[in-house]
Design a protein. Structure first.
Length: 458
């Protein structure tokens, strides 16, 4: 593991210059998150980064925020098209994010914000969408803290082998349910340990790793942090975990639903504090909820269906919402109740809400932005909080269901006055087009399910 004498995995610009002068660093990744939550960008020569990119930024084709998962140029985006010539936008390095990439020798990463050539922000850029909601909190003298718990599935096949097999007949890294099993996780510990240690080397504070229910399924949890820091950490962790798995001759997937067993979730914990660090969710008693918390949670409930697209952004996302799988189907909240969409846990300063709707395919910038937008809607309108649900929310017939498909979620998002107020019309229209592109691609695909049922028998 390659690490230099930096503070907790991060570097100042002066430390980076010293590392470059010493020959320990030769590459700086300048990265932005695209609509799908993937890191895209350039591998810059480290000296060139110091001499030019850190002050003058660098350009990239603006189609990076107007393509599908296959990187196909598609129609319908206002900011980028053949008619507009597919020009450039600017990737402006955020020098506060310089950090080591321990799994790549001599490499440091810097997250960037996306701007137009005149310096104006590119509003639909995921980091900018989240920054807008952070600014809304800041206007009140507040800040939010979050944790994202990503689950993934590990296979003993390389990515190339998985591709060649059409992702069929893969070998999971465990053969049975290893949820909390120390024996089960030990079999994959060399990979899990390397991911944990190298994420620590990149400045992330690892809490733990554990097995999950599906075959070869695991979760590595990280300590909470500020919203922008958490989203930056989340996307780098996903990239790094895949790269480390590939280096170990294995593969891992963050698909929301790989098969008919339990899907990969991304439970998101969130809480608010004021400028002096005082928790805003805590009432007079250790486990009591403040009025601010009650309104915030009521806002989440009230906006769940119209903002679900930012929690579940793909066709595959909605296959995870099945009874008895620990993925929620009902819009409800409860005290430490894992059958509900929102689970209130903790006490004292640790009192928080866990949103259980997102799968591991989420774009964290958009998910965190949606949680803030929904919560602020409840606070601004003083929405009263309904009573906590008790019992099995899967079995209740009186609760509202989360959207059942991407089509339903996209329509609700497009019609949402809350989304348009919080994010702006340009952002909403941009991501609605993303959903339409995804739906059109899925509608045109012929699936294995159709072939098995129809090849001979239709």
């Amino acid at each position: 593991m390659t690490r230099g004498p930096s503070s907790g995995g991060f570097l100042s610009i002066e430390q980076l210059a010293n590392e470059v002068d010493s020959g320990r660093v030769d590459t700086v990744l300048v990265a932005i998150a695209d609509m799908q939550g993937r890191l895209q960008g350039k591998r810059c020569d480290a000296r060139f980064f110091l001499d030019h990119v850190r002050t003058d930024a660098t350009d990239a084709c603006n189609y990076l925020l107007a393509v599908d998962i296959e990187m196909r140029t598609v129609d319908g985006y206002a900011i980028s098209s053949w008619e507009r010539g597919y020009g450039d936008f600017v990737m402006r390095p955020d020098l506060n994010t310089l950090r080591w990439v321990p799994w790549q020798p001599g490499t440091v990463l810097c997250h960037a914000d996306v701007e137009w050539e005149d310096g104006g922000p590119v509003s639909p850029a995921p980091r900018q969408v989240l920054r807008r909601q952070i600014a809304r909190l800041s206007e009140r003298g507040w800040s939010a803290f979050a944790g994202t718990e990503l689950e993934f599935m590990v296979f003993r096949d390389t990515y190339e082998e998985a591709w060649s097999r059409g992702y069929r007949s893969l070998t999971p890294s465990t053969q049975y349910n290893v949820d909390y099993s120390l024996l089960g996780t030990a079999r994959v510990e060399p990979l899990l340990r390397r991911i944990r240690l190298e994420m620590t080397g990149a400045g992330m504070q690892v809490e733990s790793a554990k097995g999950e229910c599906n075959l070869g399924q695991f979760e590595i949890a990280f300590y909470y942090s500020g919203l922008l820091e958490k989203a930056d950490e989340h996307v780098l962790y996903k990239l790094g975990a895949k790269e480390i798995a590939a280096q170990e001759g294995m593969s891992l997937s963050f698909m929301a639903k790989f098969d008919q067993r339990e899907g990969n979730s991304c439970h998101v914990h969130i809480s608010l504090r004021d400028d002096d660090g005082t928790p805003l969710f805590v009432g007079r008693e250790p486990k009591a909820m403040s009025e601010t918390f009650r309104h915030f949670l009521a806002g989440l409930l009230a906006t769940t269906r119209e903002l679900t697209f930012f929690y579940a952004p793909t066709v595959n996302s909605y296959k995870r919402f099945a009874p008895g799988t620990f993925a929620p189907t009902a819009v409800a909240w409860g005290h430490d109740n894992r059958t509900c969409a929102y689970r209130v846990i903790g006490h004292g300063p640790g009192l928080r809400v866990e949103c259980r709707i997102p799968g591991a395919d989420v774009n964290p910038y958009l998910t965190l932005a949606a949680l803030v937008a929904g919560g602020l809607h409840g606070i601004e309108n003083e929405i009263p909080l309904i009573a906590a649900f008790e019992g099995n929310a899967y079995a209740s017939e009186r609760l509202t269901h989360v959207p059942r498909s991407l089509s339903e979620a996209a329509t609700l998002f497009e019609q949402s006055t809350v989304a348009r107020h919080a994010f702006g019309d340009d952002v909403v229209d941009h991501y609605v087009n993303m959903a339409r592109v995804e739906l059109d691609a899925f509608s045109a695909a012929v699936t294995d399910w159709e072939l098995v049922r129809g090849f001979e028998r239709y």
